[in-house]
Design a protein around this ligand. Structure first.
Ligand SMILES: [Zn+2]
Ligand SMILES: [Zn+2]
Length: 282
């Protein structure tokens, strides 16, 4: 049993490449093996590296760096997000949600601790991880830097894919998280529209299931607001164009205007004759 568990752990750990720098091997100070799959702990007096497998097992029992004993409570929880033991994983997600609720600035702390690649890994690995989807939504809420990173890491297509699945829970959380990600971020909305997901959300919003129709309507409202904003901007820019054309004409009469042309011609002819008369007299 222990052996099976251990091999399962090993498999998961080796599929991680968190913080890893490719082609750079190092010796893990816990197991003394040469590896490239490493996790770096940022300790008080420098960084300490371990293989991802070892540090995970270490963090099951401890919350300090094995080398310098620097405390890493948060890092420990982040590492546990990838635990193959369901309860440890859920507890880690719950702790991080509480951590964010305590202080919105903690969303930035988690971003800097590279939490998004871990969450993306979970989305890929577990055919859409319910808890990862919730946490992504929490991290995106009212945080533009996180919203942008979510777009850059290509997390949005995974959330859209969940809308085509069969799980109500997954659809509901994906819709809610997408709402947070798209809200007040035009580039994310544009990507969402490019990915052709709007018709799917519209379809879901017509369903009789209130658990799904509520979050889908929320998402549609955000896109509606964006479209209204675009329309208003278009009207405004057209109005400005007309206005600037008008002032241009007032300052520099348009030569293509036939009336102006005629006037100019008349002026030239007048000048010509006046000059002739003047010359004759002199
Ligand atoms: Zn090791
Ligand atoms: Zn250390």
């Amino acid at each position: 049993m222990i052996r099976i568990l251990f091999s399962a752990l090993t498999f998961i750990f080796f599929s991680l490449n968190l913080y890893s720098e490719e082609n750079k091997t190092f010796e893990c100070s816990i197991c003394a093996c040469e590896t490239t799959k490493n996790t770096t702990l940022q300790c008080k007096y420098g960084n300490h590296e371990f293989c991802t497998k070892c540090i995970y097992i270490w963090f099951l029992e401890n919350d300090t760096c094995p080398t310098c004993r620097h405390t890493h409570r948060l890092q420990r929880i982040i590492v546990q997000l990838e635990s193959p033991i369901h309860q440890i994983k859920i507890n880690a997600y719950e702790k991080l949600r509480e951590y964010i609720q305590k202080n919105p600035l903690h969303k930035n702390v988690l971003r800097k601790r590279n939490i998004f690649p871990i969450l993306l890994n979970q989305l890929k690995k577990n055919n859409g991880d319910y808890y990862a989807v919730i946490l992504i939504g929490d991290l995106a809420s009212s945080n533009q830097a996180n919203k942008n990173l979510i777009r850059q890491l290509d997390i949005i297509p995974y959330l859209i894919e969940n809308l085509y699945g069969t799980s109500f829970d997954m659809k509901e959380t994906s819709l809610l998280s997408l709402s947070e990600i798209l809200n007040a971020n035009d580039e994310n909305i544009e990507l969402f529209l490019q990915l052709d997901a709007l018709h799917k959300v519209k379809k879901i919003s017509n369903s009789k299931n209130t658990r799904l129709s509520y979050p889908s309507k929320k998402l549609l409202r955000i896109i509606d607001m964006y479209n209204k904003k675009l329309k208003q901007e278009k009207i405004k820019s057209e109005r400005n164009k007309v206005q600037s054309k008008k002032t241009k004409e007032e300052n520099h009469p348009n030569t293509s205007n036939p009336k102006v042309k005629k006037e100019k011609m008349r002026y030239r002819v007048k000048k010509f004759f006046l000059r002739k008369i003047f010359r004759r007299k002199s």
